[in-house]
Design a protein around this ligand. Structure first.
Ligand code: SAM
Length: 273
């Protein structure tokens, strides 16, 4: 099997969400049962031949990373193989981190930042910054150290964040397994939310039912500039305006290449009606 055939196999396979590992190890699996056995084993061999070693719960795994996903099998005994797993490569932004700020330092990007900053306004109370990256939110809005809580699973983005904002908390973890709840504000800038596995998108509001939301989703037809500038393609999830409206109960508005869920305004309206 070559890379093209492997990618084809990925597309054609039926992936099931592993519900039992929802809170600890978000992932999907596909079973050998009922599919072309030889092809399945070829895919497993491709992973083991081209992957690199990673440790999970003190066990070594061969993991293959492609387009922002990770694939692994539990065995090299192909007579026994029953499943292949996949999850997001949560650290894929490591490849882009060194140049990330530079990519968006041009006047056009700065003008969009300003439009975003005006829309965010003030953030009274605690703030969860999902996919904090290199700390853009802290560059835009003044937030007291003790009120800010960032998360981003990319160690390299995190390193740059820490250089810029050494006193602020930013934890190296994906949103999917975040335990902390009940924030007053949840902000996610420039498409970070599009990397969250769809099975966890409603966790944003479920965990933070009273929060003011400011979430920037990629427009469904937008091919992010980051991928063009860096040459690194990262598979992200796409949500239509209609779907976002049904999920959050407010119409998203268009801001450049983004669909913004801004729930604050609607909450205030309800409050004063
Ligand atoms: C497009 S960048 C945006 C960074 C920052 N918000 C900004 O606007 O400059 C996307 C960020 O989301 C992070 N990310 C990817 N998957 C994530 C996940 N599951 N949970 C939280 N953050 C994630 C990446 O590591 C990356 O730093």
């Amino acid at each position: 099997m070559n890379e093209k055939e492997f990618k084809n196999w990925i597309k054609k396979s039926q992936w099931k969400f592993a519900k039992s590992a929802k809170d600890t190890n978000p992932h999907f699996y596909t079973l050998i049962h009922g599919v072309n056995r030889l092809n399945f084993i070829e895919a497993a061999k491709y992973i083991n031949a081209n992957g690199s070693q990673e440790w999970f719960w003190k066990r070594p795994y061969t993991v293959l990373k492609i387009d922002g996903w990770k694939y692994w099998t539990m065995t090299t005994d192909y007579s026994e193989i029953i499943l292949i797993n996949k999850t997001k490569d949560f650290q894929v932004y490591d490849k882009i981190a060194d140049n990330y700020d530079f990519y968006f330092s041009d006047p056009k990007s700065k003008a969009v930042d300003e439009a975003v900053r005006q829309r965010i306004g003030n953030l009274p109370g605690t703030v969860l910054d999902i996919g904090a990256g290199t700390g853009l939110l802290l560059e835009m809005v003044s937030i007291p150290v003790e009120k800010y809580f960032g998360i981003d699973p990319s160690p390299k983005m995190n390193e740059i964040f820490k250089q810029k904002f050494p006193n602020f908390r930013c934890y190296k973890q994906p949103f999917e397994i975040l335990k902390k709840k009940g924030f007053d504000n949840v902000v996610s800038l420039y498409g970070s939310v599009n990397y969250i596995l769809p099975e966890y998108i409603n966790k944003i509001e479920n965990d933070n039912p009273k929060a003011r939301l400011f979430l920037m989703f990629f427009n469904p037809d937008y091919y992010p500039e980051t991928y063009i500038k860096s040459g690194v393609f990262i598979d992200h999830f796409v949500y239509s305006a209609k779907f976002l409206e049904s999920l959050f109960g407010v119409k998203p508005y268009q801001l450049g290449n983004y669909l913004v869920i801004n729930k604050h305004e609607v909450r205030e309206q309800i409050l004063f009606e």
